[in-house]
Design a protein around this ligand. Structure first.
Ligand code: FAD
Length: 339
């Protein structure tokens, strides 16, 4: 592992509120590193509703989730944040001399003066099917997202699940794949009716087979390379589907996980904070956005933005203990690289 990084603040979570915290801290000359367990920034906006319009962002009568995130990244960019994606913050340890040591699931170590937890509903990850040996196949034959459809050209694919993602890919992948199976534990699919119709058209064309009502029961293969997926019907009869790829689409789950063991109270998956500063009962650790709880808290993006501003002003006193903070408008102060 590499030497620890030194910075002012670590932000846990790169959802909309973590991203805006980079800006608010940057305006007060505070540098940030930001960590997210997902491979892309944007939290719920990116993972759950990139193409849905949001109507209650002040001064944006209508903006899609993905566009909001792009704007927030642009707004943060002049402050040169460092992003650490694809890794979960696992450890937060107060240092004897003040400050904190932060550790991530991939071994990144960061030493900082204050921590901002913008973890939303928790670290996102896929819901995994309970299959023996699954981990050996993940990333080689088992995928929870399709990044490039082309990677699956000529393959035999098992899609598992009955929601929008499963049906969307069941409509799309037969165009490139050799054979596609859809395994679902019910006969009915929870997806847009026109997409279900388009799926039926592939079935009629012989490119797609619906294996329902069935559940995944096992994986065959070696060294991460899948050769077959085993399924069981409701009576326990097993069937073997020859396959190279398994795509389980059982949704994303968010778990606060390690945050629950960092030494401050966690109540119904939220962290109680002082409303004026968003500081947790652990001095130097702040919680903002959906994860923060105080009287009157609204789990809305606009309130999270205000949380970020409140926390930044308190953190200024931690990073610059000998400097008085004079309140200044952005119109007066400006932003690096902008006139
Ligand atoms: P999140 O967006 O949840 O981001 C938190 C991030 O932290 C995640 O990316 C997660 O992976 C990461 N994380 C957590 N723990 C760790 C860890 N230990 N290590 C590393 N990373 C971690 N709000 C509105 O204001 N208006 C709307 O119209 C609106 N519509 C919505 C529609 C839907 C369908 C949904 C689901 C939500 C909607 N919301 C809306 C709510 C809004 O999306 C949330 O309030 C907002 O995303 C909260 O932002 P956040 O940054 O606090 O948390």
């Amino acid at each position: 592992s590499t030497a620890p990084i030194d910075t002012d603040v670590v932000i846990v979570g790169a959802g909309p509120i973590g991203l805006f915290a980079i800006f608010q801290l940057g305006m007060l000359k505070i540098c940030c590193h930001i960590v997210d367990s997902l491979e892309e920034v944007g939290g719920q906006c990116t993972a759950l509703y990139p193409e849905k319009p949001i109507f209650d962002i002040p001064a944006h009568p209508r903006i899609d989730g993905a566009a909001l995130i792009e704007n927030l990244e642009t707004q943060a960019a002049p402050f040169h944040p460092t992003y650490h994606l694809n890794q979960q913050v696992t450890g937060l340890t107060p240092r004897p001399d003040g400050g904190f040591d932060i550790e991530t699931s991939t071994g990144t170590q960061i030493r900082c003066k204050a921590v901002v937890i913008a973890a939303g509903g928790g670290a996102f990850g896929p819901n995994r099917p309970p299959l023996d040996g699954l981990a050996d196949y993940e990333g080689r034959s088992v995928f929870y997202m399709v990044k490039r459809r082309e990677d699956f050209r000529g393959k035999r694919i098992v899609i598992a699940g009955g929601g929008d993602s499963a049906v969307d890919w069941a409509v799309s992948l037969p165009e490139v794949a050799d054979k596609v199976y859809v395994v679902h534990r019910r006969d009915k699919f929870r997806a847009a009716p026109d997409m279900v119709d388009r799926m039926a058209a592939w079935v009629a064309a012989g490119k797609l087979e619906l294996v329902t009502p069935c559940q995944l029961s096992g994986l065959d293969g070696a060294d991460g390379k899948l050769t077959a997926v085993r399924v069981k019907d409701l009576d326990g009869n097993e069937r073997v589907l020859d396959a190279d790829i398994l795509l389980p689409f059982f949704g994303l789950a968010a778990k606060l996980g390690p945050i629950e063991n960092w030494g401050f109270p966690v109540d119904k998956h939220t962290i109680p904070v002082d409303r004026a500063t968003c500081e947790t009962p652990l001095p130097g650790v702040f919680a903002i956005g959906d994860v923060a709880q105080y009287e009157g808290k609204l789990k809305l993006i606009l309130q999270g933005f205000a949380d970020a501003a409140a926390a930044a002003h308190k953190i200024h006193g931690i990073v610059y203990p000998d400097e008085a903070l004079h309140f200044e408008y952005s119109t007066t102060k400006g932003v690096p690289g902008e006139k």
